[in-house]
Ligand binder design. Structure first.
Ligand code: ATP
Ligand code: MG
Length: 756
């Protein structure tokens, strides 16, 4: 490691350089977005190795994602060479796996323990529910798991909850009756305790356990703790604002903050003692994971928690133009109770923010796709330098379609593509099974989705019978009562399933021209929707939104297709999905990146599109009545804005489809919080405002004008995605047009054909 110190600090500003070199036990680098926190953290690691003389094995660096860890390790390799490969640069979870794999047997985890994923955990809760006889419709596994996760993030053990709420319960014993129905706390405590018991029997842990069990290991096994106290002399944590309580405690335990004396970092062998030196880096304005237990006070209280802590603020931003920073500063300034900080840059004002208000979400997507194409073709911007961000996964669907139709290559990060999402696939599987009863794959997929007591055993009994008699799987289901040796516990749900499908098929036959009605019926009667909408897990909320989107897609298809059929609808969805998977044949190897704002944390792109800037979309509807949730949404807006290096776009739609209906969307309050002069609106009014302004009162000429704004799109793409009859028609003079007849989906084809 022969690297002159100048190489590590020569290109840094004085505050950054000071942070890199700081020689002391606790350092907080608190700073705004793009000020070089991650860069400083990386350089500091190199500094510690080269200037403090630490060994790579003495350093533990924690990042928020595996991707960030890989990036940091790569930077380190280029700074200090291959030793970086052997260092502990990882997320909390992978560091803990490593620790537990080594010494987990000390707390009863046999080597080779299993890590359960969410589906496994749900199955476990389901099993418990059936043994304890409580209603999983009322208390869904997801809801229960969310609560268990909260307990774990706060290091609340099942034992203390039992003592309080169910002192008579012994995990692993049958016959306990969860008494006083309505006493949710008792239920949670009992299920939590039983869940832990069965995890232990299975030699398994869930995701949160990785942290919790590591804390337990360090707290109960002094020799193991001592091992790590001696091993890790420097602990560095990026994105500290998003740590939860368990992670906070873990850092303290690993560092030996409360354990007293052990060798000090700067005096290896010299006999001085003390806990590991801690460096944390974060920005309380970017705390966006409260819903997963992140505790913003971890960063706010750092100076209290770690005596003699030094705080260094970085204010110069190296990522964005002044225009982008002014917008970010202005928005975040609306949050109360924060320490004001001002980001500045020497990069100059740059180009204005570009704003665009579309009439509908589809038109928003089309405009974005078109603009991306223009940037690429006329300004030579690489696709890989462009990111499109949105608040909720469900929004990606229209954006993906817009990009597909404009032939813009893209990749979706941190989420399955819309039609590959589990819940969407489940719903489509119902439709396929309705249309084609012989389709055994889809039929079997939904046999027990949502769970209806038809597990693997039931499935195999039917399969065997069908095979024996040369029937399709569905015919086997229909003849279930002829199958020998079938218990009523299997027979009854099988019959109900057969009735469900027969009923749905009859409905579909009667409503063949209205696939959206069939989708609605399927979602409701199958129980798919019920299961998800009862959950309090944010992920399930977004699954519900995806199903709502699917219904909207069907409504759209219906309105744009003169001879709509269910089969036709299924074809279009299959084509979009298939198109996704075609190899990228464009001359540019890069792809536009699509992701949620949460996923975008820590990343940067020359061009960023912030989409769906509407009240109810962003900020999310749940945040609009809750001050603390609204603050978190605003921090998310701050994160989004500050991802952009050169050019920020903000877009919104005046109408967005929800549940196959179109709702009028007001502009996001965050738009008002950006100083007017910073935004160059390509189109500022949309929907009703535009009509009120006397524009577009429903004549074909006005409609032509709208089409003109979208210039050179080929007719095919327009025909299938919009076209419009009811927009601007006389019935929509007033503000209430959230009716089913209006909107994104009802840019029907009639006036378009009239105009062409
Ligand atoms: P975030 O809050 O979004 O995580 P951050 O504070 O971690 O941001 P970095 O990602 O480290 O910021 O840095 C932002 C950009 O500025 C990066 O491209 C980085 O390389 C660059 N940068 C940081 N400091 C300097 C500097 N002194 N000179 C030149 N470029 C710099
Ligand atoms: Mg960073």
């Amino acid at each position: 490691i022969a690297r002159p110190p100048e190489a590590l600090i020569g290109d840094l500003n004085p505050q950054q350089a000071e942070a890199v070199q700081y020689h002391g036990p606790a350092l907080l680098i608190g700073a705004g977005a793009g000020s070089g926190k991650t860069r400083v953290l990386t350089r500091r690691i190199a500094w510690i190795l080269t200037q403090f003389g630490a060994w790579p094995s003495q350093i533990l660096a924690i990042t928020f994602t595996n991707k960030a860890a890989a990036e940091m390790r790569e930077r380190l390799s280029s700074l200090i060479g291959p030793v970086a490969e052997r260092m502990w640069v990882s997320t909390f979870h992978s560091a803990c796996v490593r620790i537990l794999r080594r010494d987990g047997d000390r707390i009863g985890l046999k080597s080779g323990f299993t890590i359960y994923d969410t589906a496994d955990c749900e199955r476990l809760v389901k099993l418990i529910a059936s043994d304890f006889n409580f209603d999983v419709k009322r208390y869904t596994p997801r809801q229960i798991l969310a609560r268990i996760s909260d307990y774990k993030n706060n290091l609340t053990g099942a034992k203390e909850l039992l003592a309080q709420y169910a002192p008579d319960f012994r995990p692993g014993t049958r016959g306990y009756h969860i008494g006083r129905i309505g006493n949710v706390e008792e239920l949670y405590a009992v299920v939590y305790a039983e869940y832990e018991h069965r995890l232990a029997l299975a030699n398994a842990v869930d995701f949160d356990d990785l942290i919790v069990r590591t804390v337990e290991l360090l707290r109960t096994q002094p020799d193991v703790a001592a091992y790590y106290h001696h091993k890790f002399r420097y602990i560095l944590v990026d994105e500290y604002q998003d740590t939860n309580h368990a992670q906070y405690v873990l850092i303290r335990e690993l560092a030996g903050v409360d354990a007293g004396e052990h060798p000090s970092p700067d005096a290896r062998g010299a006999g001085r003692v003390g806990p590991a030196w801690i460096t944390v880096v974060g920005d309380s304005d970017q705390s966006i994971y409260a819903f997963r237990g992140a505790d913003i006070s971890n960063i706010q209280d750092f100076e209290k928690d770690f005596p003699n802590a030094r705080t260094i603020m970085l204010e110069q931003n190296y990522r964005s133009t002044q225009t982008i920073l002014d917008a970010a500063n202005a928005v975040i300034a609306h949050n109360e109770g924060r320490k004001p900080k001002k980001l500045w840059t020497s990069a100059g004002k740059g180009v204005p923010i570009t704003g665009y208000a579309a009439d509908t979400a589809q038109l928003e997507a089309h405009w974005i796709a078109h603009e991306i194409k223009r940037l690429h073709e006329e300004e030579g911007v690489r696709y890989s330098d462009i990111a499109v961000m949105y608040r909720a996964n469900a929004q990606s669907r229209s954006l993906e379609e817009g990009l597909i139709q404009a032939h813009v290559p893209y990749q979706l990060i941190g989420g399955t593509k819309f039609y590959e999402r589990r819940e969407v696939k489940d719903a489509l599987a119902y439709l396929q099974a309705i249309v084609n009863p012989a389709d055994a794959i889809n039929m079997r997929r939904i046999l027990n989705v949502p769970k209806r007591g038809l597990g693997a055993r039931a499935e195999s009994i039917v399969t065997m019978y069908a095979d024996e008699h040369g029937l399709t799987f569905w015919e086997g289901v229909e003849q279930a009562d002829r199958i020998e040796g079938m218990t009523t516990r299997t027979l009854n749900p099988l019959k109900r399933f057969a009735d469900l499908m027969t009923g749905l098929r009859a409905f579909a036959a009667e409503h063949d021209g209205q696939p959206s009605q069939v989708v609605a019926r399927v979602l409701r009667e199958s129980g798919l929707l019920d299961e998800l909408s009862k959950s309090t897990d944010p992920q399930d909320q977004s699954r519900v939104e995806n199903l709502s989107q699917l219904q909207s897609v069907a409504a759209e298809y219906e309105q744009n297709t003169p001879d709509a059929t269910l089969v036709g609808f299924l074809e279009t969805t299959a084509l979009v999905a298939d198109f996704d998977q075609l190899p990228d044949e464009s001359e540019d190897s890069g792809k536009v990146t699509l992701m949620t704002l949460h996923t975008a944390k820590g990343l940067e792109y020359p061009v960023v599109f912030l989409t769906g800037m509407e009240q109810g979309t962003f900020p999310h509807s749940r945040a609009m009545e809750d001050a603390s949730e609204l603050s978190e949404e605003r921090r998310l807006a701050y994160v989004g804005i500050t991802r952009a290096k050169r050019h920020l776009y903000i877009t919104r739609a005046a109408v967005r489809a929800q549940w196959g209906r179109s709702s009028e969307m007001m502009p996001s309050q965050f738009l008002d919080e950006i100083p007017e002069g910073l935004i160059d609106w390509k189109r500022k009014e949309a929907g009703v405002e535009r009509m009120r302004a006397g524009w577009g009162r429903g004549s074909d000429d006005d409609w032509n004008a709208t089409l003109d704004e979208f210039g050179d799109w080929d007719d095919d793409s327009m025909g299938t995605t919009y076209g419009g009859s009811s927009y601007g028609s006389s019935s929509h003079g007033s503000s209430s047009y959230g009716s089913a007849s209006y909107g994104s989906s009802s840019y029907g084809s009639s006036s378009r054909s009239g105009s062409s």
